[in-house]
Design a protein around this ligand. Structure first.
Ligand SMILES: [Zn+2]
Ligand SMILES: [Zn+2]
Length: 330
C-alpha cells in the first residue's frame, strides 16, 4: 500500500513537470491530445457491404476522429470524402489499402498506410518470404506496413513474426469473428519483442458489415486505437503511431499515459463501477508486475528487456500499452 501511494505521488509530480514544461516551451512541446481511430475497414470497393461514404459516416457519427479505408488490393482514394466529411480537429480519413496475398491456403494480409496508389500484392516461395516481400514493397512505395490478423488461417507463427524486418506494427486485436483473435497473439508479440523487434500492437475492426448488426458479423466498433498526437493530420497520427505513442483498446480508456525510455505510467479512466488490473510484461513474456486500481507505474530494471502493459477490466474490456525499451547504451 505504501509503495502504491509513493508511486501515485511520483506520477502526479511527473505529470506536473510535464505540464509545466509544455507551458514554458509551447513551440517545442505542442500540447498533445487523444485521437480515437480505426485503421482497418472495408467498403464495396472490395468485400464490404457499404459505400466509402456510408462507412466513413458511421465512424464520424460514432465520434471517432480518424479512419483508414483499407480495401483488398484496391486504393479507395479518400480525397473526395475528406473534402466532404473531413473537419479540422474533428475527423480525418487516412489513406490505406489491405495488400492481400497468400501462400498456399495461408492468407497473408498487410495493411499499407500513407499511400497514393494501389500497391500490388507479392507472392513468395513460402510464408516468410511472402510476408517480407509485401512489407518490402509497401516500404518501397513510401507507405507504412502493418501485419493484419496473424492467426487468420493460422498463417503467421511466432518465429515468422520475430523474423520479419522493417515491420513496426501488427494487429494484436482484430474484431472480425473469423480471425482466431483470442489465441496466443500476446505470446507472439513477446517473442518478437524478445528477439529485438521494436513492434507495436494495434486493435482494429476489420469491419465489412454496416447494414446488419449481430454476433458473428463483421461489424464496426470492436477494436480501436487512441493516439496521443499534437494535431489531427495523417502525418501527426501516423508519426505518433510509429513511435508507440498510443494504446490499442476494446473498451478500457486511459486518461494519462507516459512512456519514456525506462518507464511506463498509466492512469485509467473509471467507467461505472468497473475494476481494473494492469499487467506489466517483459522479455520472454515474463510478468514483471501486477497492479489493481486506476494507476500503475513500472520502471525498467536490468534484465527486463522491455516493458509493455495489458489492462483488463472486470467486464472483459482490454487495453494494450506499447512497449518501452532501455535507453541505448544503458
Ligand atoms: Zn485481411
Ligand atoms: Zn480486412
Amino acid at each position: 500500500m505504501g509503495t502504491g501511494r509513493v508511486r501515485i505521488g511520483l506520477f502526479f509530480a511527473a505529470a506536473l513537470a510535464w505540464v509545466a514544461g509544455t507551458a514554458r516551451l509551447p513551440s517545442q512541446s505542442p500540447e498533445l491530445r487523444w485521437y480515437k481511430g480505426n485503421l482497418h475497414s472495408h467498403t464495396i470497393n472490395s468485400d464490404g457491404d457499404s459505400s466509402p461514404d456510408a462507412v466513413a459516416r458511421w465512424y464520424k457519427e460514432q465520434s471517432y476522429h480518424f479512419l483508414a479505408l483499407t480495401d483488398h488490393n484496391y486504393f479507395t482514394d479518400p480525397q473526395g470524402l475528406e473534402a466532404f466529411l473531413g473537419a479540422k480537429d474533428r475527423f480525418l480519413l487516412i489513406t490505406g489499402e489491405e495488400v492481400t496475398s497468400r501462400y498456399g491456403k495461408a492468407p497473408i494480409h498487410v495493411n499499407a498506410f500513407r499511400l497514393q496508389h494501389t500497391i500490388e500484392p507479392f507472392f513468395g516461395e513460402d510464408i516468410p518470404t511472402t510476408l517480407q516481400g509485401n512489407v518490402d514493397s509497401i516500404r518501397g512505395s513510401g507507405a507504412i506496413p502493418s501485419l493484419n490478423h496473424p492467426q487468420f488461417g493460422w498463417a503467421i507463427d511466432a518465429a515468422t513474426l520475430a523474423g520479419v524486418r522493417d515491420l513496426g506494427l501488427f494487429e494484436v486485436y482484430n474484431a472480425h469473428p473469423a480471425t482466431n483473435n483470442e489465441w496466443g497473439l500476446e505470446e507472439m508479440w513477446d517473442s518478437a519483442l524478445s528477439a529485438g523487434r521494436e513492434i507495436f500492437g494495434i486493435a482494429v475492426d476489420d469491419a465489412h458489415e454496416f447494414k446488419r448488426f449481430g454476433s458473428g458479423r463483421s461489424n464496426p466498433g470492436g477494436g480501436w486505437v487512441e493516439v496521443l498526437a499534437p494535431e489531427l493530420s495523417e502525418e501527426a497520427i501516423l508519426g505518433a503511431v510509429g513511435r508507440g505513442e498510443f494504446y490499442a483498446s476494446t473498451g478500457v480508456k486511459i486518461e494519462q499515459l507516459r512512456r519514456d525510455r525506462g518507464q511506463l505510467q498509466i492512469k485509467v479512466a473509471q467507467n461505472s463501477d468497473r475494476q481494473y488490473r494492469t499487467v506489466f510484461v517483459g522479455k520472454g513474456g515474463r510478468i514483471l508486475a501486477r497492479e489493481t486500481g486506476l494507476e500503475a507505474t513500472y520502471r525498467l530494471r536490468p534484465g527486463d528487456g522491455y516493458v509493455r502493459a495489458t489492462i483488463i477490466d472486470s467486464n472483459g474490456g482490454k487495453a494494450w500499452v506499447q512497449p518501452v525499451f532501455p535507453a541505448k547504451g544503458s
